[in-house]
Design a protein around this ligand. Structure first.
Ligand code: UTP
Length: 474
């Protein structure tokens, strides 16, 4: 204990012991356990580079930035030799049990303002299925289609792990085999105030926050989840975020392009909906694939057009990747600085104990949280592949309570997708100009999770259901 105290004092963080002597034994032990997890050298580095540095911009020479190349979506995937080949290779890999699904669900979801893990949020228009249920059914459906067990890794955090596991238990894992769902908690980082001091959120507790979605790489290794995947013969994982129910989790084309490209990490891109859309941009910088966040890319670049009037930096990153197990292992277990993902700074409102020992809930950001981003692994990946996806079949995140990227827009996009699938099967529903039907409809992933499968399953139905408000096709 003395040794720990001295180390914190030497690092200028001795204040974390301010109330120590007044704590009971259990509280003292809990605090010491928290403090043992803090890497003081790392914290000092982060304070220097992210808290005190005068210049905390991304340090990018924008004049050197060029758009990243990607494989464009053809009008008909199966009629295109390259895409058809990728599908064949991807299906073979899936069928032979080489793919696992991986959702990162450790975030705090503060923008949505939902008082539970985000995966519990009810997102579908008719059955009010939760995000986790939608994903589980997509995985189950692929598992049945390909006749293979598909493990699903769920990254949680210390804040939401218990509630997440309980939800899966209560819902009998949504039909999945419990042994195929593997939870692990991501790492934590101490949060600091604007002067770089670790924040006390209680007299015997320091503020620790999840280390960002990029923390999944070292989290996979440290938790043993990666070893379990290797034991099962898994070679790559399909990475997605918890807020996007449209995601095509088991996509043979994507898997095939990843394998054919001998890629460490592949990504899906969606053409930006408009110049200033808040997504990352796939760019090349010094010969490396890099995602430049919208907040780091000056508007003049976001808005640049080519001679045909098309956006130059059009490739939006929507946080859909395939990662090789070997690549995760290399980055997640390496101690070499060049293999480590960088940290970024996020200013947040963090409750704290003031000088008189009273808990304060700040109205404006008072502290800094350190996070890693998974896309920062791309510059370190060999042969990264990017393929284009169709937004309507891939991406509609629930981020905000209202407005853009909200439950309302996401419901509309789900309905529009299903109306398109029905139209492809010859059933036309009245829609608005954006293709959104006025009535509520829903198609279960267990019936079909892509248009081609929907048309086949629909055609195979003896009696077709009546098209009406509240239609649920399962
Ligand atoms: P967001 O960037 O939307 O962050 O995460 P968030 O914490 O969920 O939400 P806000 O910003 O507080 O509203 C994108 C994805 O990354 C996961 C989230 O769960 C989501 O799937 N994530 C984020 C983690 O798993 N861990 C983290 O530390 C941060």
């Amino acid at each position: 204990m003395q040794d720990l105290r001295e180390r914190f004092e030497k690092a200028g963080q001795g204040h974390v012991f301010k109330y120590f002597d007044a704590l009971d034994k259990g509280e003292q032990e809990a605090l010491l356990n928290q403090l043992k997890m803090v890497d003081l050298d790392e914290l000092e580095r982060l304070n220097k580079t992210l808290v005190f540095a005068k210049n905390t911009d991304a340090g990018i020479d924008f004049s050197k930035l060029t758009p990243a190349p990607y494989i464009p979506l053809p009008p008909e995937k199966d009629a295109d030799a390259q895409w058809a080949k990728a599908k064949e290779v991807g299906e073979e890999a899936i069928r032979s049990g080489k793919l696992a699904a991986f959702v990162v669900a450790g975030g705090q979801g503060t923008r949505l303002g939902f008082n539970a893990p985000k995966g519990l949020y009810k997102v579908t228009p008719v059955k009010q299925k939760s995000l986790f249920q939608v994903f589980a059914e997509k995985i189950l459906s692929a598992s049945r289609k390909y006749g293979v067990r598909i493990p699903w890794i769920v990254m949680t955090s210390h804040i939401n792990n218990a509630a997440t596991v309980e939800f899966f238990e209560e819902n009998a894992y949504f039909g999945l085999d419990k042994g195929d769902v593997i939870f692990f908690k991501q790492g934590l980082m101490p949060a600091v105030d604007l002067g770089g001091k670790i924040i006390l959120e209680g007299k015997g507790k320091i503020a620790m926050t999840p280390d960002g979605h990029g923390g999944c790489l070292r989290g996979m290794v440290r938790s043993g989840a990666l070893a379990e995947l290797k034991r099962r013969g898994i070679e790559c994982v399909s990475y997605f975020q918890v807020d996007n129910p449209l995601v095509n989790i088991i996509d043979p084309y994507f898997v095939g392009f990843h394998i054919l490209g001998k890629s460490d990490m592949s990504s899906k891109m969606i053409p930006k909906a408009y110049a200033l859309e808040k997504v990352g941009h796939f760019c090349m910088l010094d010969g490396k694939l890099t995602v430049v966040e919208y907040s780091d890319l000056p508007a003049q670049y976001q808005e640049q057009v080519d001679e045909n009037g098309k956006l130059k930096f059009i490739a939006g990153s929507v946080a859909i990747h395939i990662l090789d197990v070997g690549f995760i292992e290399r980055l997640g277990s390496s101690t070499k600085p060049e293999d480590r993902l960088p940290f970024h700074r996020a200013n947040k409102k963090i409750p704290f104990i003031d000088d008189s020992g009273v808990l304060q809930k700040p109205e404006k950001p008072n502290g800094i949280k350190f996070e890693m981003f998974v896309f920062d692994a791309l510059p370190m990946a060999a042969n990264p592949v990017i393929i284009e996806g169709f937004r309507g079949d891939e991406f509609s995140p629930v981020k905000n309570a209202e407005g853009l990227d909200s439950p309302a827009t996401c419901k509309a996009h789900q309905k529009a997708q299903w109306a398109r699938w029905l139209a492809a099967a010859g059933v036309n529903i009245d829609t608005d100009k954006d293709g959104v039907p006025g009535i509520d409809i829903e198609i279960s992933p267990l019936f079909a999770s892509n248009q081609a499968d929907f048309v086949a399953s629909w055609n195979a139905l003896g009696q077709k259901p009546e098209i009406r408000n509240g239609l649920y096709i399962a």
